[in-house]
Write a protein that binds this ligand. Sequence first.
Ligand code: BG6
Length: 368
Amino acid sequence: EKGGWSSFMAKEISEEPEAIAKTLLGRITDGAVHVEELEPLRDSLAEINRIVILGCGTAAYSGMLAKYAIEKWAKIPVDVELSHEFRYRDPILDEKTLVISVSQSGETMDTLMAVKYAVDAGARTLSICNTQGATIPRESDAVMYTHAGPEVAVASTKAFVAQIAAFYLFALHLAAVRDTLTKREISGLLEELQALPDQLATVLEQHDKIKELAGWMVDTSAVLFLGRHAGFPVALEGALKLKELAYIHAEGFAAGELKHGPIALIEPGQPVFVVVPSPRGENSLHPKVVSNIQEIRARGARILAIAEQGDAAVLPYADVVIPIPLASTLFEPLLAVAPLQIFAMELAAAKGLDVDQPRNLAKSVTVE
Ligand code: BG6
């Protein structure tokens, strides 16, 4: 079943372009989003004034990106919360709140209980889920399935990129319903979304280079990950993958937070992955992240940069650069995360660990 791959995880990473393509398939016509599954929410989507996104682990990080996309494109305030924190703090919910749960398995108990709480409080509910007929979608007003295909490896990979693709489709649908983007803007963004599978395939071609890097780092005891804006959830996910698979202490930080504490961790030789925003990015974060790189480099950090192809500014300071194709800010995460997944997997493999079944973890956690 692994089809020649050394692990399910390796196979599932290789399937990421297809997972995105399948999630988009049949849902874009004539430059607009058409998702029949959203029909039950038709009236609600025009009336809601707030969105709350709930998930755990990797799923919650896809929710962070959804927040950026929904707020930018559909102009509705979004909160993202870990499912297990949510219902224990008297959250404010009403019929004008849409609660979107995101779960690969659709069975995560923490998320299920949070959804039930939201239903009882009178909120509208949408499930983003990869598993047909799972419990969470059955408890929700509507479900938008990701079509990543079955994910066997415990650490989520292809389901994550499919979740982001589904969320972006949803955000653009919402922008159409609420008239916050023009048809032309929406069709342009959809074209960029549809270009991602081919772009991601070119990123995956760097597998051997990343494997080599992982091979050099088997004795590493801690790795830091920095990102900003859309790169921040990518940094968090890169760190989570390394903890889950290679049992290495890893932390993801927002790059702007560096000077408020984490920079104290930098010692000579400390490896730091940096997800560098595009130099063409609309919000000019690129120079700020480059100056973060300079600061930590001056203190001896080893810089492993994920940067846009041709980004000359990072070259003088980076020990390794993993280039990704040109994409708009919100689409970069779909290209930048795979190298970090591959790195964690290959480092775990180099340490002789079981990458599909890491110790102490389960694919779906059905206890609270
Ligand atoms: C964890 C898994 O226990 O649950 C993670 O190990 C996953 O990989 C998280 O991201 C959430 O799972 P789900 O099925 O709700 O997306």
